[in-house]
Structures are given as structure tokens and as C-alpha cells.
Design a protein around this ligand. Sequence first.
Ligand SMILES: *[C@@H]1O[C@H](CO)[C@@H](O)[C@H](O)[C@H]1NC(C)=O
Ligand SMILES: *[C@@H]1O[C@H](CO)[C@@H](O)[C@H](O)[C@H]1NC(C)=O
Ligand SMILES: *[C@@H]1O[C@H](CO)[C@@H](O)[C@H](O)[C@H]1NC(C)=O
Ligand SMILES: [Zn+2]
Length: 454
Amino acid sequence: MELPTPKTLCFHLSLLILVASSSIIEASHSSSLSSSDAETISRFQHYLQINTSQPTPNYHQVADFLIFQAKSISLESQAIEFVQGKPFVLIQWLGTNPNLPSILLYSHTDVVPFEPEKWKYDPFSAHIDQNGNIYARGSQDMKCVGMQYLEAVRRLKASLFQPLRSIYLAFSPDEEIGGQDGAAKFVESEVFKSLNIGVVLDEGLASPEENYRIFYGERISRRIGITATGEPGHGSRLYDNSAAENLMKSLETIRRFRASQFDMIKAGLKKEGEVVSVNMVYSKAGTPSPTGFVMNVQPSKAEAGFDIRVPPTADIESLERRIADEWAPASRNMTFQFVRKGPVHDVFGNPLITKTNSSNPWWDLLKDAIQMAGGKLQQPEIFPASSDARFFRQLGLPVFGFSPMENTPILLHDHNEFLNQEVYLKGITMYESIIRAYASYVEFGGNKESKDEM
Ligand SMILES: *[C@@H]1O[C@H](CO)[C@@H](O)[C@H](O)[C@H]1NC(C)=O
Ligand SMILES: *[C@@H]1O[C@H](CO)[C@@H](O)[C@H](O)[C@H]1NC(C)=O
Ligand SMILES: *[C@@H]1O[C@H](CO)[C@@H](O)[C@H](O)[C@H]1NC(C)=O
Ligand SMILES: [Zn+2]
């Protein structure tokens, strides 16, 4: 890293003052923590206190903070502006055999907006309550994970661990708004190619139970708009095939389909990520008048739009046929626009899932490493929403979505998002174990001596 400019120097100074002042506040809440744990929590608080709320995250402050953290553990780092003004921070720990595929520990720094009046505490105060719960936007999604990677690396370095494979920590600026200026640019870059990545860790979700959740794929997002057209008519007349009537028929069919999917979740037969979700996001019809709508005219056009999420293993073509045959049939004078967002297969033509069986050594290593650190995993799941993981899976890379938060309510994007400090600290030990296992892994065919060491 370059010499600090006066600006970053000034930032570092103010950071020191912050460290000092908040450790004092800290002491009253966390008397049970050792002084090194208290410092760890305090670093997490500082990351949380940087306002990285979309649409105007404090990009440079957060990049300076991360680079400062990297420097404090003697790691090289760089802030790459794939898009001007949106630094993407990459931190590297070179392995002793840089020819082996490397490990990417991925996270995003941005957080979603919040409604201040709905929060018990300021969402950027990182306030710790009596129970050790740290309240902040990003405490679950996903500043926790980004900082846990750094803390795990800090401990491994302190223990003089030498990685065989190189380890990269990536902090992306824009996951919450679609990842186009972050992950999408990163995977297309020369920098990315030069890293020779073999496996990626990205975000998961909190688990209200004692076992962690882990994700091996995510649903594919599709959007449709359907439009019915028909003869307009007086509001009093009963006649066949009006636009509104034809749209209502579709809504009934779609609603039944939605219920059939939801029933499988309610009955415990499927998890959220394993069914097709369909939700109406707009409906549009009517003849406007100065006071609202003309109430005695049946419109000639009626439209509705839907957000659809499809499991990566589902048959998308059969869904498309269902839409054409039942949801927007031409026989009812209906048309539809199907918006495909992103591919269904990776570059090798395989479904966008990461294998979670013995055919994938990264899975076995991960599972064993978590177990060895005292963690328990639930059955692997499909992530119900979207994350940046898709950009890496599209390249055929194995990606696991994992945020080590057990016994924690799912509060991402919600009011009063928090994470307990003990849960956070335990998560660091998970990553210590995982990084140790991943960075030491010698593929079969490697020399025998190092294999025996494993
Ligand atoms: C954080 O940033 C958002 C978006 O720029 C802004 O609306 C909000 O007031 C900021 N909050 C604080 C506490 O600074
Ligand atoms: C389709 O639209 C045409 C023209 O408005 C109309 O004559 C016909 O009855 C409609 N058919 C159906 C099935 O709605
Ligand atoms: C592992 O899982 C994949 C994908 O589910 C499957 O195709 C493959 O046959 C499995 N391999 C083994 C060894 O179980
Ligand atoms: Zn996230």
C-alpha cells in the first residue's frame, strides 16, 4: 500500500479517537468479554458505524476503513474502481503455492435503507444492549461476515499459520442494487482472471435454530407482465371476453398456482427456496377521470405484473409454457412479456448449483471444518432471493452461501436488525477453521507428504 495521504491520515487519527471513546462505552455493556474479544467487537462496531446505506453509501470511508484493517494485519490491499467512485476492495494473503486455485471470501459493504422512526436505536450507532445484541443496519446483511473473514485471518496470522493457497477477501460496493457495478464488473476483469479462484464463500441467512443454514444455489429471478385486451363497454353490461374479465380469469389461475406452491411450504414438504414463488407487483386498468376513474366504463385493456422466483433445478421451459397456455393465452386475447434476468445455466451448461456431496471436495472440507469448530449445519438449501453468488456460479465456480448466525431471528432488511456479540465471535472461529482447511487443501495428485499433513 502507498503512503497515507493527509486525508487518510486524518481519517486514521479520527478512527483512533473513535476506538478510544467507544471502548469506554463498550466496557459497561460487555464486562463478560475478554479484552481481546472487546477489541474485536469494537472493530465490528466501527465497520457498522460507517453509513453505507444505499442509494448513497459512504464508499470512500468504508474503503479507507477496510484498507486500514488490512494494513493492521500486514496484508496488501487495493481499492479498484471498476466504476468511478465505487471502490471495490480486494485484500490478499498470498499462499506458499500460488499456482493452486485460490480461495475467495466475498462480501458486500453496502446496506439497504431504513426507516429511522421504526428503530429502537440509531441504525448506525451499533448500540449494544443488556443482552449483548448489537443493533445496526448491516449487522446481519452482511458486514458481520466481511469483518469475520478479516478477524479470522487476523487470528490465523497471529498463530503463524501459512496458507498453501492464496486467500482473497473481496468487499463489493453495490450488491443491494443488483451488483452490476461490483460483482458483475469484477468477474469480467483481468484482475479476477489473475486470481485463479477455485472456490467462493458468500452470504447466507440467519438461522432461528441452533444449526447454521447453508446455501448451494439461489432462485432465478423472472418477471412477467400480462396484458388483456377486449371490447370496451358500458359498466352495466354483462358480456363475454372483456379485458378485465379475461385478466381476472388469469389472476384466478395464477392465485391457485401460487397457493399450491405455498401449501408445500406450509405443510413442511418444501423449503422457501425449493418452490416457485409468484407475487403480483402491479395491476393497471381503468379509464382515468379528474377524480380517479370513470366508474361506468369497462376498460379495453387490463394489465398485471408478477415477480417470479424459480429454483435453479426447476424446469423453466415448462413454466414458460404454463404462462403462454394458462396465464396469458392468446385465445383470451392476452399477451405477455417475459423478462429473463440472467442465465439458467453456467458456462458449461450445468444448472446453477454447487454440489453438496462427496463429488465436491470443497463441500466436504467446509462441512468438516464447521463441525470441527463446534458448529452444526442444517440440510443445504436454495437461497430464496438473489445475491452476488450468481455471478460466480455462472462461471461454474463452487459457491457456498454461509452467514454463521445461529439462534438468531432473520432480520436482514428489517427494522432493528441485530446480531448477538457471542454469535458473532463464534462465527469467527468457524471461519478460522474453514480458512485453515481450505487454504491447506492439496488436490489429489499433489505431493504425498503434504497430503499426509492434512
Ligand atoms: C445515512 O445515509 C443515508 C443515505 O445517504 C441518509 O439518508 C441518512 O440520513 C444517513 N444517516 C446517518 C445517521 O447519517
Ligand atoms: C378478441 O378480440 C377481438 C377484437 O377485439 C374480439 O372480436 C374477440 O371477440 C376477442 N376474443 C376473445 C376470446 O376475447
Ligand atoms: C452429487 O450431486 C450431483 C448434483 O446433485 C449429482 O449429479 C451427482 O451424481 C452426485 N454425486 C455423487 C458422487 O453422489
Ligand atoms: Zn446481503
